[in-house]
Design a protein around this ligand. Sequence first.
Ligand code: C2E
Ligand code: MG
Ligand code: MG
Ligand code: MG
Length: 287
Amino acid sequence: QAKSIGRNTFQIYTEEMDAETRKRALMAAALRRALDRGEFRLLYQPRLSLTDGKITGVEALLRWHSADIGEVPPDVFIPLAEETGLILKIGEWVLREACLTLRRWRRNGLVDVAMAVNVSVLQLLRGNLPEVLERVLIEADVPAERIELEVTESMVMANAEQTTAVLNHLRDIGVSIAIDDFGTGYSSLVYLKRLPIDTLKIDKEFVGDLTRDPDDEAITATVITMAHSLGLNVVAEGVETQAQMDYLREQGCDEIQGYWLSPPLDSHHCLAFMRTWQPSIVPEVMP
Ligand code: C2E
Ligand code: MG
Ligand code: MG
Ligand code: MG
């Protein structure tokens, strides 16, 4: 009797388990197999200097096509990978793949290009990221100086003490550090000054409303001024229009990234894009 009650309870539970929870459980199982099945790939989005019109580098962006559930966007699977801890292995794959791509490009003559890689705060807190990084750099034979690690503002600030130590270690290896999605968190100037960082990336939420929303213009202009006074490089992400680009250039923003320049591309198309790029074909960009 106890047995049948148990079974009934289980049935009621599964029936009442909401569709969303079941979907996530299935997705977590698929994600666990994704690396072995080779379901990940990286796209690369170019970044443009507004001071000399050159392509300074690219950001590696992860894509997952699951054989079971199809294409899943990073905003959905990255949080799941973080919750399940799978991000540690996935993040290592991303770092290695990005560095191997950079090596290929460098062998094709693009030696000045930098590679930005997104890392989860879990990789900073729980993983052995400095060791992994050093190993991958040697394996791929790329200089640390050409690698930039992007960590999101909110995640760093929530763990400022611990992350600062790891970021210092990473910087000692020679990579640079960018704070991603800047403006969405709650950084105090004090923390920003203390953090071992090189670059601020202004979140696309603000950039998207430039030339439409005076508040977002004020925030963006202030962030640029503040970043420069702290000696930081500023990148605006999600730049989609010429008007946004013009505004950012007027405000002294250093670099931009977004659909206006190029969407994320596979490594071959990205290489072709960078090779054919002529600073002179964007005279508007030149000061
Ligand atoms: P992010 O690092 O802030 O990356 C920028 C996002 O903006 C990318 O979304 C990119 O495709 C998108 N984007 C680029 N240009 C434009 C534009 O002009 N307009 C608009 N509206 N969007 C633009 P994506 O590729 O979907 O990635 C979403 C987020 O997922 C990333 O945001 C990053 O936080 C995370 N992510 C992606 N790849 C990785 C990874 O390898 N590791 C980790 N930990 N996170 C990753
Ligand atoms: Mg990023
Ligand atoms: Mg961002
Ligand atoms: Mg984002």
